[in-house]
Design a protein around this ligand. Sequence first.
Ligand code: 5GP
Ligand code: ZN
Length: 112
Amino acid sequence: MDCIFCGIIDGQIPSEKVYEDDLVLAFRDINPEAPVHILVVPKTHVSSCDMINGDNSSLVSAIFEAIPKIAAKEGLSNGYRVITNVGEDGGQSVKHLHFHILGGKKLPVHLC
Ligand code: 5GP
Ligand code: ZN
């Protein structure tokens, strides 16, 4: 499968990792849109939020347990935003489930 994030998880593609556990990897976005811009992904391939079901939703729990730890490590005590884009209309460019953590500045309120 030709998936950039699976390549990062495998170590084939370099990344700046900021957090890792059995199920989850987090690394800095290559094209940051905020002073802190981190991507949090499951280590197993799930293509998007649209493919979450009762068999794999524990990955989402693991991701959301990791997010506060990552935010604390990054000093985001004043808040941050978590976003996942889904499919064409959602603007998803990498088809491996990922949650953006954006912070380090006051973010604009409106997305569209
Ligand atoms: P999406 O648009 O799918 O929600 O977000 C994909 C994100 O992955 C983008 O913000 C993009 O900058 C980031 N990205 C794409 N390729 C790479 C890569 O090879 N390494 C890293 N660290 N980030 C990437
Ligand atoms: Zn993948």
